[in-house]
Structure formats: structure tokens, C-alpha cells
Design a protein around this ligand. Structure first.
Ligand code: PLP
Length: 381
């Protein structure tokens, strides 16, 4: 299989795998059992991972809450902020947020009696700053804007949205799941209160993620998952030490290899785009704004994307985002950008990563060109 779906999930880096296996075989204690050495060793592993994960976004270890992934971190943040202040029951979200944010915002609004305000995007897939001010006012307790969109890769004007939101007292949550490891992500530069991301998008194991915010912000959240008080009482339950150790290592590598990974991915995506556009007419890029370098979303005009994928089963790309693709709905991201349902059904997302080779790009590109030509010929017949 030629795997070009790194935004859905990444393979585990062998260096991460070694750390997970080591922790799995040696560290079985409960990190809360700090009365004895076995528990202390487990706690040390978790704290080391916490520092590594914090460093990836310029935060302190004490600001990290470990979760099972980005979806859980985002949900804890949205509900935690929305339930904290009855005078600000509304949640503002960009129209292209991941479903984890959109569904949490809908749930929050149901629980608070408030409403969800959608921040529209331009046809280039960027949050429309001219229309942000209309949507954020004193009833909005939380504003959510993602760092880079998972389907188009388009980078969002987080700082500008955050400044506007903060100026009227709204907290700001940024989903950086598709940013970390692909671009420099600094909480301070973004000017946001909370960020969330996931291990399995940065070559770590599945089942780990983080919600990060200042101690003051974290202590203001309503805990919807208190359990036994672990993770500052925001996400109770015994921590999965080997998985978190792997997440920590993955975060350390993501920081160390950012420049190389991003440059190599950019070269490969540029090569793919130039060959596909050179070989086929009517191939459009969705989202012409600045993108993370590893991603491109292509509209294959006149060719149904599902049919193209079925015609090249050994090439793994995606239509819509993988987390939603079990549900047969058209991409809310592409329709928010103004594409019709039929246009959106002609789109595929290609995302590369650390282990993608030039040979894979060449083979996948030639298979894609052949598949689109076949599907177009069949549809024209
Ligand atoms: C932008 C974004 N946010 C959140 C998620 C959810 O992450 P997880 O699978 O860790 O719950 C994803 C996964 O596709 C994503 O791309």
C-alpha cells in the first residue's frame, strides 16, 4: 500500500516504539502509588512525558492534562469552559473545526441553554476575519479556532481571532492537532488560553492526547471527568504509562525534526501537484491560502472521488476526514468554503509524512493520474 494519509494517522516511529516497549515491559506501577518505588518509577515516566509534550508548544509541564486523544481533550475544554460561566453560555467556533469541537460545542450549548455561533470561512478556506466581530460578543465564553485544517491544510489566523475574542473576555481554544510537528506552534505567539493535540498524528501511539493551558485557566474549568482526581482533577483514571511515554518521545522527536520533516513533506507535495496538474486538465487545489506543507486537497473535476479511490485500491488517500468517513456525509469543510455537494464529492485529500519516499510519490502520482483518466472516461461515456 502507498500510504498518503498521514493526517488521518501516522505510523509509529521506531524510536517511539522502543520507548513504549521498554515502558510496557518494565513500568507496570500505578503512577498515583507514590508511596513506593514501583509507583514512583511510573510517575517519573509520566512526568518526563509531560515535560516533553509541554515543550512542543512552549508550555510548562504543570500545564499539561493527559487525555486519550485530541477529541477528548477538546471536549473537556469546550464543556469545561462553557459550563464555568452562566453569564457566557455561547460558544463561537469556526465553521471548519473538526467534528470533535463542533459536537462538543453543540452539547455545551444544550447544557448551558446558549447557542453555537459559527465563524464563516472564505472560499480559500481561511476564517473570514471581517466577519468574526459580528459573532463574538459578551455572551461568548469560548472561541475555538484551529491551527491548520485537517482536510485542506490551510493555516488559520489564530492570533487575530484570539486577540478579538480576548478583548471581550472570551477564552480561546486552539486545536493544534494538525499543526504540531508540521509548523512551529507556540501558545504564547498564538495568544490562546488552551491548545489540544494528539499522539497518533505525530508518530506516537494511539490513545494519548493533551489539553494544555495555564494553571489559572485549567483551574477555572468545570471538571466533567473528575474520576480519582488524576490530571489535576480534569481527567480522572489511572494513566496509561507506556502510551504516554511514547507520546512524550514522539513530541520530543516532532520538535527536533520539525524543520527536516516540513521541508521534505513540502518538496514531495509540490512534486505531486506539479505532476498531476501537468498530466491532467481541471485539477484544482481547495484552499489557496497558506498551508501546512504536507497536505493538499484536490478537486478532480468531473471524477467522483470515491470512484477514483476504488480504482486505485493500493493508494491510501482520503475523501473528507477519516474520523468522519464512516458516516456518509459530505465534507462540512469544503461546503463551508462554498463548494456544492457535487463539487465536494470530487475532492481527495493527500497528506504525506516522515516516512514518505520519492518513489512512493512517483508511483502514487502515476496511479492517481491513470485512475482519474479512467473515471473521467467512464463518466463521459
Ligand atoms: C484537526 C483535528 N482535530 C482533532 C482530531 C481528533 O483527534 P483524535 O483522533 O486524537 O481524537 C483530528 C483527527 O483527525 C484532527 O485532525
Amino acid at each position: 500500500v502507498l500510504y498518503l494519509d498521514y493526517n488521518a494517522s501516522t505510523p509509529v516511529d521506531p524510536r517511539v516504539q522502543a520507548v513504549v516497549m521498554d515502558a510496557l515491559s518494565r513500568t507496570f506501577g500505578n503512577p498515583s502509588s507514590v508511596q513506593h518505588l514501583v509507583g514512583q518509577e511510573a510517575a517519573e515516566r509520566v512526568e518526563e512525558a509531560r515535560a516533553q509534550v509541554a515543550a512542543l508548544v512552549g508550555a510548562r509541564a504543570s500545564e499539561v492534562v493527559f487525555t486519550s486523544g485530541a477529541s477528548e481533550a477538546l471536549t473537556l475544554a469546550v464543556l469545561g469552559v462553557a459550563l464555568a460561566d452562566p453569564a457566557r453560555p455561547d460558544v463561537a467556533v469556526s465553521a471548519i473545526e473538526h467534528k470533535a469541537v463542533l459536537t462538543a460545542a453543540e452539547l455545551a450549548a444544550r447544557l448551558t441553554g446558549g447557542r453555537v455561533r459559527l465563524l464563516p470561512v472564505t472560499s480559500d478556506g481561511v476564517v473570514d476575519l471581517d466577519r468574526v466581530a459580528d459573532q463574538i460578543d459578551g455572551r461568548v465564553g469560548l472561541t475555538c479556532v484551529m491551527f491548520a485544517n485537517n482536510e485542506t491544510g490551510v493555516l488559520q489566523p489564530v492570533r487575530e481571532v484570539a486577540d478579538r475574542a480576548a478583548s471581550i473576555g472570551s477564552r480561546v481554544l486552539c486545536d493544534v492537532t494538525q499543526g504540531v510537528g508540521k509548523a512551529k506552534v507556540s501558545m504564547e505567539d498564538l495568544g490562546v488560553d488552551l491548545v489540544a493535540f494528539s499522539s497518533h498524528k505525530i508518530y506516537g501511539p494511539k490513545g494519548a492526547g493533551a489539553l494544555i493551558g495555564s494553571r489559572q485557566t485549567l483551574s477555572s474549568l468545570v471538571s466533567v471527568f473528575p474520576g480519582g482526581g488524576q490530571e489535576r482533577g480534569l481527567r480522572g483514571g489511572t494513566q496509561d504509562v507506556p502510551t504516554l511515554a511514547g507520546f512524550g518521545k514522539a513530541a520530543e522527536l516532532a520538535a527536533a525534526e520539525l524543520d527536516n520533516d516540513a521541508a521534505a513533506a513540502g518538496r514531495r507535495i509540490d512534486r505531486l501537484i506539479s505532476i498531476v496538474q501537468g498530466s491532467l486538465a481541471d485539477i484544482r487545489i481547495n484552499g489557496r491560502g497558506r498551508r501546512i506543507s504536507n497536505t493538499v486537497n484536490l478537486r478532480l473535476v468531473g471524477a467522483d472521488a470515491e470512484a477514483v479511490m476504488a480504482s486505485m485500491p493500493h493508494v491510501a488517500v482520503s475523501t473528507g476526514s477519516a474520523c468522519q468517513s464512516a458516516v456518509p456525509t459530505v465534507s462540512h469543510v469544503l461546503t463551508a468554503m462554498g463548494l456544492s455537494r457535487a463539487d465536494a464529492e470530487e475532492c481527495i485529500r493527500i497528506s504525506v509524512g516522515r516516512f514518505t519516499t520519492d518513489a512512493e510519490i512517483d508511483q502514487a502520482t502515476s496511479d492517481l493520474v491513470a485512475a482519474v483518466s479512467r473515471v473521467r472516461a467512464l463518466s463521459a461515456a
